[in-house]
Ligand binder design. Structure first.
Ligand SMILES: Nc1ncnc2c1ncn2[C@@H]1O[C@H](COP(=O)(O)OP(=O)(O)OP(=O)(O)O)[C@@H](O)[C@H]1O
Ligand SMILES: [Mg+2]
Length: 385
C-alpha cells in the first residue's frame, strides 16, 4: 500500500534513489506501519505527548533504541494530505541545527505518519504557557538563546534555501527544544516555496491567530516579511511570558503589541519582562530585544527588517545597521498583480485560519531589481541547503 498523491509518489522514488547512495546527506527512512506501531506501543494514550490541528503526536522508541516523535494524521482529506506532503517534502530536504530533524514517514491507505527526532524539552509553548510554565526552567539566557536559534533557523529558510521557504506558522508551539534547550523550528505543513524572481504570493490564508501579519490576514499577501512579523510577536511572547492574544472583559481581544505599547511609550521596559524571571534579566538586552520585536511587527511590511538583520541585531549588532552587508533587504516597491477573489479569511479558532478545504491559489509577483539581486546572493539550492 502506498500513498497515491503526486508528492508522496515522488518521495518514494527519491527514497529509492537515495537508498542506493550510502553517503547521502538526508538519511530519512520510509518506515513500516509495524515499526511505528511497535515503537509507540500501538499509539497508546500514555505515549501521547501533544495534539494539534493536524493530529496527535506520540513518543516512541525504535528497535535500535532511538527516541522518536510520531505525528499521526487524524483525518484524511485533500487538505491534510497536502499538508503531509508539504511537510515531508520540505523537511526532508532542509538541514540546519535550528530546524527539527525529519527521521522519515509512513504513508499507507488510511494512515499518514511523520517521524521526527524526539525533543525532550517539548515546545516553547509548554514552557511559556503550558504544563512546565510554573517550573521556571526558561531563564533569561535560555530565552535569548532560543530567540537567536529560532531566528537563525528562519533566516536559513528565507535566505540560504533556494527556492526560498516561507514557514507561515511561526509560533511558540512550533519552536521545539532539544536536551540543551536549543531551538528547533518545526511544522512545515503550511510552508511555501518562493520561486526565483518572485517577491510575494497572494494565497489562501493559513496560520495562527495572533501571529498573522496584517497584509497577510487581510489580503493573503505572503512574503518572507510575514514570518518576520510572526517572529516579532514570538519575541515579545518570549520576554514577557504573555500570550499573543488575550481576551479582555467584554470579549474584546488585545494583541501583545497593543499590551506592550503603553509600557514602551513610558520607557517602562522592565514592566514587560516575565514576572517569572523574578527580575533576573539583562535590562539592556531586554530593551534591545523589545525594540527588535517592534521593528519586526511594524504594520507596514516594507519597514520590517529581514531575518538576516534580525539575527545580526539579536547577536548584539546595532539596530538599524547590519554587520553583514552582503545581502540586500527585500524590495518593497513591487505590486500585487491582482488579488485572488477566491480567498476569504476565516478567523475563528486560535489555530488554522483557513476553513475551506482545497489547495492554495497563488499569484506570483515578479521581483524588482533589488530583490533579484538579493536572491542572486543566496548561497545554495534547496537540495544542498
Ligand atoms: N518532535 C517532537 N518532540 C517532542 N514533542 C513534540 C514533537 N513534535 C511535536 N511535539 C509536541 O506535540 C505538540 C503538538 O504538536 P503539533 O505540531 O501537532 O501541534 P501544535 O503545533 O501544538 O498546533 P498546530 O496544530 O497549530 O500545529 C507540540 O506542541 C509539542 O509539545
Ligand atoms: Mg506544531
Amino acid at each position: 500500500m502506498s500513498c497515491k498523491c503526486f508528492s508522496c509518489s515522488r518521495l518514494f522514488t527519491q527514497k529509492q534513489e537515495k537508498s542506493k547512495n550510502k553517503n547521502n546527506d538526508y538519511p530519512w527512512d520510509v518506515y513500516s506501519l509495524k515499526d511505528l506501531v511497535r515503537a509507540t506501543n500501538n499509539f497508546h494514550n500514555d505515549n501521547k505527548i501533544g495534539e494539534g490541528g493536524f493530529g496527535s503526536v506520540y513518543w516512541g522508541r525504535t528497535s535500535e533504541g532511538i527516541e522518536i516523535a510520531v505525528k499521526r494524521l487524524k483525518a484524511m482529506s485533500p487538505k491534510a494530505e497536502m499538508e503531509f506532503a508539504v511537510e515531508v517534502e520540505i523537511l526532508g530536504r532542509v538541514r540546519h541545527n535550528n530546524l527539527l530533524g525529519l527521521r522519515g514517514f509512513y504513508a499507507g491507505e488510511d494512515e499518514r505518519l511523520i517521524v521526527y527526532d524526539y525533543m525532550p524539552n517539548h515546545s516553547l509553548l509548554t514552557h511559556l504557557h503550558g504544563k512546565l510554565a510554573s517550573d521556571g526552567l526558561l531563564d533569561w539566557q535560555k530565552r535569548i538563546n532560543v530567540a537567536i536559534g529560532a531566528a537563525e533557523g528562519i533566516e536559513y529558510l528565507h535566505i540560504e534555501c533556494n527556492p526560498h521557504i516561507i514557514h507561515r506558522d511561526i509560533k511558540a508551539s512550533n519552536i521545539l527544544l532539544d536536551s540543551d534547550f536549543n531551538a528547533k523550528v518545526a511544522d512545515f505543513g503550511f510552508a511555501k516555496l518562493i520561486p526565483e524572481g518572485v517577491t510575494h504570493l497572494t494565497t489562501r490564508v493559513k496560520g495562527t491567530l495572533g501571529y498573522l501579519a496584517p497584509e497577510y490576514a487581510m489580503w493573503g499577501k505572503v512574503s518572507e516579511s510575514c514570518d518576520v512579523y510572526s517572529f516579532g510577536i514570538l519575541l515579545l511572547e518570549i520576554v514577557s511570558g504573555r500570550k499573543p492574544l488575550e481576551k479582555l472583559p467584554g470579549g474584546i481581544k488585545r494583541d501583545i503589541v497593543q499590551w506592550a505599547m503603553p509600557h514602551i511609550n513610558r520607557g517602562d521596559f522592565d514592566h514587560i519582562a516575565d514576572p517569572r524571571l523574578r527580575g533576573k534579566f539583562d535590562r539592556t538586552q531586554l530593551k534591545h530585544v523589545i525594540i527588535i520585536a517592534l521593528k519586526c511587527t511594524d504594520t507596514n511590511h516594507e519597514n520590517r527588517p529581514s531575518m538576516f538583520e534580525v539575527v545580526d541585531w539579536l547577536q548584539g549588532g546595532r539596530i538599524g545597521s547590519s554587520r553583514r552587508k552582503s545581502i540586500i533587504k527585500s524590495s518593497s516597491s513591487s505590486k500585487v498583480l491582482k488579488d485572488s477573489d477566491e480567498e476569504t479569511i476565516e478567523v475563528e479558532s486560535t489555530s488554522i485560519v483557513s476553513e475551506e478545504e482545497g489547495f492554495d491559489t497563488e499569484i506570483f509577483t515578479p521581483a524588482t531589481t533589488d530583490n533579484r539581486s538579493r536572491r542572486k546572493n543566496s548561497k545554495s539550492t534547496i537540495s544542498n541547503c
